[in-house]
Design a binder for this molecule. Structure first.
Ligand code: PEP
Ligand code: MN
Length: 324
């Protein structure tokens, strides 16, 4: 084993015990070959990394919180608490403009809206495509809101980057590494949703793809994970707020809408997220959720959103944040 460890580029350090012998392999796995494969040897019971597998997203090498600058005057990860809001899908000019004007008036800084939608069934509304992006651009022009929208395919990277201030990578694509690389290369800030069944380490490593491709502007977004629970669409894992804060310098955004799949839970989950120290919220808002073309059950209406923004202020303050 000592020979094998040396062959892989590490310095072996032997600790003989009564029951088993531990061999420390000194070296940085992020710069050398992986040691994981040593477990294939019959003599080896376990291979345990002591160092984090991610490096650039890690808090270890970058103590200060990263502040992500969006457009001219939005910063996510600073003192100000930033809210992104808008419909699940861009449906029409009227629907988008009505929402944009209302969320802006309530204090949101970014407008969300999917133009390319990752739908479970091919028969469901797939999004307006470039027409939807153009409507988002129009809403930005008229309201001054920045725009976040999903990048679904590598083929669209340049086109979507032209219209979006933040590229959203959806839960279903969170480990589509070629897409992550393409998103990183556009130079736009990237919001990386947590995958449907993704461990935190896998999520951090997916984020590492963005930074490793020379794009420092990464936001992690928790949007709930699959569990056995059926009262909610997903289980919104708020423990990721302190975990991402400990492990990474990148901001953490909470999406309570996909997170629970229920409009009636959005307000409470937002308050919790803000109080816990999340940097931003991504909230689905629709002028008439009952008629939404996607995710109707989880979108709050304009009135509830306006009220929510007011109710969030003391929570932001308690967390040491300002809110416009
Ligand atoms: C969305 O934001 O509308 C969406 C599809 O999100 P997710 O990828 O988290 O399901
Ligand atoms: Mn949605």
């Amino acid at each position: 084993m000592i020979k094998e460890i040396k062959k892989l580029g590490y310095q072996p350090h032997i600790m003989r015990g009564v029951e088993r012998t531990v061999i420390g392999a000194i070296g940085d796995e992020r710069k050398n070959h992986t040691l994981e494969t040593l477990v294939a040897w019959p003599q080896v019971e376990r291979v345990m990394p002591v160092q984090k597998r991610y490096k650039l997203v890690s808090r270890e090498g970058h103590k200060a919180n990263s502040r992500i600058k969006i457009g001219k005057d939005i910063v996510i990860g600073g003192e100000e608490f930033v809210v992104m809001a808008g419909p699940c899908s861009v449906e029409s000019e009227k629907q988008l403009m009505t929402t944009a004007v209302a969320v802006k008036a309530a204090g949101a800084k970014l407008l969300r809206g999917g133009a390319f939608k990752p739908r479970t069934s091919p028969y469901e509304f797939q999004g307006l495509g470039e027409k939807g992006l153009k409507l988002l651009a129009k809403a930005r022009k008229e309201t001054g809101l920045a725009v976040i929208t999903e990048l679904l395919s590598q083929d669209h990277a340049e086109m979507v980057a032209e219209y979006a201030d933040i590229l959203q990578i959806g839960a279903r694509n969170a480990q589509n590494f070629q897409l992550l690389i393409a998103a990183a290369k556009t130079g736009r800030p990237v919001l990386l949703k947590r995958g449907l069944s993704m461990k935190v380490e896998e999520w951090l490593l997916a984020g590492e793809y963005i930074l490793a491709n020379n794009n420092p502007n990464l936001l992690f977004c928790e949007r709930g994970i699959r569990t056995f629970e059926t009262y909610t669409r997903n289980t919104l894992d708020l423990s990721t707020v302190p975990i991402i804060k400990q492990e990474s310098h990148c901001p953490i955004v909470i999406d309570p809408s996909q997170g629970c799949g229920r409009a009636d839970l959005v307000v409470a989950m937002c308050k919790g997220a803000v109080a816990m120290g999340a940097d931003s919220l991504l909230i689905e808002v629709h002028p008439n959720p009952a008629e939404a073309w996607s995710d109707g059950a989880q979108q709050v209406n304009l009135e509830i959103f306006g009220q929510l923004m007011k109710e969030l202020k003391p929570f932001a303050q308690a967390a040491g944040r300002t809110m416009a």
